[in-house]
Design a protein around this ligand. Sequence first.
Ligand code: VGL
Ligand code: ZN
Length: 192
Amino acid sequence: MSLIHKGDCLIVVDVQNDFCPGGALAVAEGDSVIPVLNVWIQRFRQMDLPVVYTQDWHPINHMSFVDQGGIWPPHCVQHTWGAELHKDLIEDGAIFKKGFLPHIEAYSGFDGALDGEGGDSLNTWLREKSVSRLYIGGLATDYCVKATALDGVKNGYEVILIESGTRAVNLHPSDREKAISEMLEAGVRLLE
Ligand code: VGL
Ligand code: ZN
């Protein structure tokens, strides 16, 4: 078990209905990250350390949707069931919404704003809380988790990926592996 301490923050990426079985962009075994992440969420909260959640939050005309020329079926549309965080996930922290501008992709949690458009950026919030190290898990390994982890490194944080708390879309079967290599090369540490 890894030791967590002051300066650590847990980032739970996009554990939303649409990325879980039965959702519009279901990730295989997407919901299996929930029990793993719930343990981490409780560990962080017991030590009074911050947990933040990201939430993909698209307008119906988002550029990533196939009908707008993007590669994804419509998913995580604002105010729909698919956009809600999964009901089994323990929710105990700030929520950063992202992807709310029709013409900007925004895979990274660092593109998110507290409670949506106009809210504080994730980076501003983390700095205010004197966070220096990020533990990251959630969905999906090869998109939003990867983008958030890489931006974490770019913004000067130590980044640890909770691998058992992630699942990949795997549009191509090797995408998960490629994403993990990219993160490792950038300096992300892996926790099994
Ligand atoms: C995501 C595809 C499209 C993700 C979001 O959360 O990884 N993937 N939008
Ligand atoms: Zn999306």
